[in-house]
Design a protein around this ligand. Sequence first.
Ligand code: WTA
Length: 661
Amino acid sequence: MTTTSTSSQIDHLLDETRRFAPTAAFAQNAVGSADLYTQAANDREGFWADQARELVHWHTPFEQVLDWSNPPFAKWFADGELNVAYNCLDRHVEAGNGDRVALLWEGEPGDERRVTYAELTDEVKRVANVLTGLGVGRGDRVAIYLPMIPEAVAAMLAVARLGAVHSVVFGGFSADSLRARIDDAGAKVVITADGGYRKGKVSPLKPAVDQALADRNGQGVQQTVQHVLVVRRGENDVDWTDGRDIWWHDAVPAASADHTAEAFPAENPLFILYTSGTTGKPKGILHTSGGYLTQAAYTNRVVHDLHPESDVYWCTADIGWITGHTYVTYGPLANGATQVLFEGTPDSPHPGRWWEIIEKYKVSIFYTAPTAIRSFMKTGRAVPQSFDLSSIRVLGSVGEPINPEAWMWYREIIGADAAPIVDTWWQTETGAIMISALPGVTEAKPGSAQVPLPGISVDVVDDAGTHVGNGNGGLLVITEPWPSMLRGIWGDPDRFVETYWEKFQDQGYYFAGDGARLDDDGDVWLLGRVDDVMNVSGHRLSTAEIESSLVAHEATAEAAVVGASDDTTGQAVVAFVILKQSYLDAHSPEGLAQALRSWVGEQIGPIARPRDVYIVGELPKTRSGKIMRRLLRDVAEGREVGDTTTLADTAVMSVISAQVK
Ligand code: WTA
């Protein structure tokens, strides 16, 4: 164990020594190669220019690569022109791949649709014509509030095709959240559906749009929305505002399928995506076209080892999140991939639904979140083991640190102890993957995101911006601009500078908000958001490491750790643990809580031993699956629980509070 004095350093306590080298056969066919690291190190900008020329079609080729004359406002490929939708659609059809399936869509009730590149191109052209008719043009904002149906992807691409800007709002958000996002972006049109299927029921969407647009409570907010385009999905009765509302199934088939993709400058805005921090109003993260598409296509290719002619790819993220933007819509379609799109949830109508889909479509590349993996660990391996998952050859993880035990489970149970796992670190703000192993190239380490991708430069530094050195923890920074970086916060350039660039303005580093440590090989281990770091008797401990240790115990399915104020130690470690069903049945919760305390003490050291271990049935998670530790801290410190509106299930906190009492 290392102990350090600077406040930004995070003590490192766990050691992980397992290693998995790629097999020769995999390495031979891999898209990535060790070469890429050398090329990028020799000429970073030249490397990105090569990727942009190779992976993207430019209507007007660029001469400029990076313009960093006004940091932190970057421009990439600024004198080039492209059409993002053309890149994802028409060019594949023109290359003779129109019959290739783009979307293997599986509806929640079990209905299915296969959409080829030719069909998707036709649909997007029609939607683009409809939107033009509704007055949408270059730079206008369109809000998209849809379930995971092919129309969602078509809507994003149609907006992009016009050089307009989409703001996708996750279908699980309330009317209030939708209203805030519509108003902030000043959306002209909303594209929605009557509803979507969730866990066997129709959950309505159009009523939320009506409410968002109607109820202004005399706030003096200007109504910017002129039209609402509505997909019929759920056979729901909907209220109708004549003149404003239009059925997709009336307008789109009737529109012309002729539409020429116009070229727009590389820095034309592509989308705004709102990301809620733990506090404050959501930030509208702004992404633009050429650099974003380049890094989306490049990372999807090398990190997922995508072979578009033969792979069946599935990223389980909703299009309402950045992962759904980059690794459902833009990356895979720019690469001409065939992918699964699934409307429902992993466990409905039965706990093996995802594995059934993998078996059915012979999915070969599977990309999901640790929170999903851990919830499958909770139900047990028998469920996935009753399906044929032998088509899988690459596994990916995103969104949270994946602890080594979940990583091993993922590899053994889902990947047949053979498929390489890529643990991919990135953010809404970074637009695309930044840190990850390359399958077939890098030796994998359970629990570590490992190395920045070729073309990306990161560091782990102390509060003064000094490199911490191998074996130490600190703050993760990105030291050089990258093509898919956010270009700002919509309407708030000052907040952009303050939030991400002020802390290390002397060095010009982007501060990601995450803690990380470098191991003895210089590989990166993510330690969670720095806001979540605890200070126990002067030691800065990472929530991620203690959670990792808890989950390594055979009884544990999921764990969340917080620091609660403590008279003696400053903060004390408090753990909330979900046990595997099989253990709950056979043991007393008190005995298990005690066993877990000792376990962490033995595994990591007495300093990390939780003061309290609470056995709970659920953990508070945001709709994208991230644990809201702030709320658990309230419980641990005996306070009234704070704002729960961004939770996926707002009732969870009262259940946890009751269990803790
Ligand atoms: C966390 C999701 C550890 C991190 C793409 C980051 C991760 C935040 C990983 C961004 C990972 C994402 N290992 N932590 N592989 N991937 N994170 O904007 O804290 O929803 O800052 O983007 O998720 O979340 P966001």
